[in-house]
Write a protein that binds this ligand. Sequence first.
Ligand code: PMT
Length: 411
Amino acid sequence: MTIESHDGSSSDLDVLNGATVVLGVTGGIAAYKSVELLRRLMDLGAYVIPVLTESALRFVGAATFSALASETAKTSLFDLTDPILHTRLGQQADLIVVAPATARLIGEYAHGISRDLLTTTLIATVAPVVLCPAMHTEMWNHVSIQENMETLRRRGVFVVEPERGRLAGGDIGEGRLAAVDVILEACARSLAPKRDLAGKNVVISAGGTREAIDPVRFIANHSSGKQGYALAEDARRRGAQVTLVTTVDRPSLPGIETVSVDSAQQLFEAVLRLADQADIVVMAAAVADFRPVATATQKLKKRAGIPEIILEPTPDTLAELGRRRRPGQVIVGFAAETEDVIANGARKLKDKRVDLIVVNDVSQEGAGFHSDLNAVVILGQNDRRIDVGLGPKSTIAHAVFDEVVSLIGKH
Ligand code: PMT
């Protein structure tokens, strides 16, 4: 069995060698970790200019950054020796990475408010921006933050999702700054988006299906569509023409065609119609295996007693894709498992006759359904196995397409 880990190897990071990186640091407890990020960027050969906000200086000292970086740390918009510092930095940067990014920075950047040197530099650049939020779980989940993040993602900002872990004050939850390795990988990716899917037609399914019981009730599951959307974004960045078949009501992603579906039947019809023209199909949707045989035309009444709902199997889109696969077409399924994860995933790989099965243990806390994070094992033919440890769904998506690319033209 071939076992590989997806860890952003140093060759991927070589692209940072010689790049001018503006490292923005805002005022959060995670600011101390940006010293390590700075050191690693310098080790990789980047030219790093640190920009610290006023509140960052309450957590870390400018002297530390100045001592380690390529230039002295910048802390003010009104630097008399360099009166238009923000435009110089914005133009000079090959990349701006903000770690940690606080709720304030995210809000101001999303709304074009240029209050200090960092926000003004962000608005004065056309370079890729990598944003690494870090804050308490309640703040991260607040609708205002999530809406601002959505806006920034839509504009093409690379977001390194925060991790689950220990937060300030001893709390544990989602919101901790991502690991330095993950941030570096995102920086490298933002500088050198692979174009290895240019000219390819990719169909991806996302979200959970809903099987109607009556006009108001349905059988559903916990899928949020996040993994499917992350896959769609990664494929688009690699140059593919992407169609997303989705059950999720989310703003559409730029450059990605969206087809809305609700039930397993609708998803089956949409995916199979699109698959005729597709080079690659990835089924990340959580499709119901069963649906009610009949849907009541009126709302079932409680006073009529407990209803007897008889179920029947839904069509299996992935298995049908495997049956109809054209030579050269790559078909990828996911497997959401809670026990015997690898054995069950391997069985699906064989039974559904697909190229890859991406197995996730959905009973694992902080991963799988709904979370911003996931951990998967990618199973391929001839016992090939790639372990992708807990990380943002964008990292999982990237690992899946790295593997897909290696299969193109192989059969
Ligand atoms: O959406 P998120 O909140 O981000 O969560 C992501 C996820 C957990 C939903 C995703 O990572 C995932 O595992 N998706 C597949 C879920 C699933 O339906 O697994 P399954 O083991 O039941 O199905 C195996 C495969 O067959 C899947 O590719 C599924 O899309 C496909 N299938 C299943 C049943 C069916 N009737 N038709 C299908 O095509």
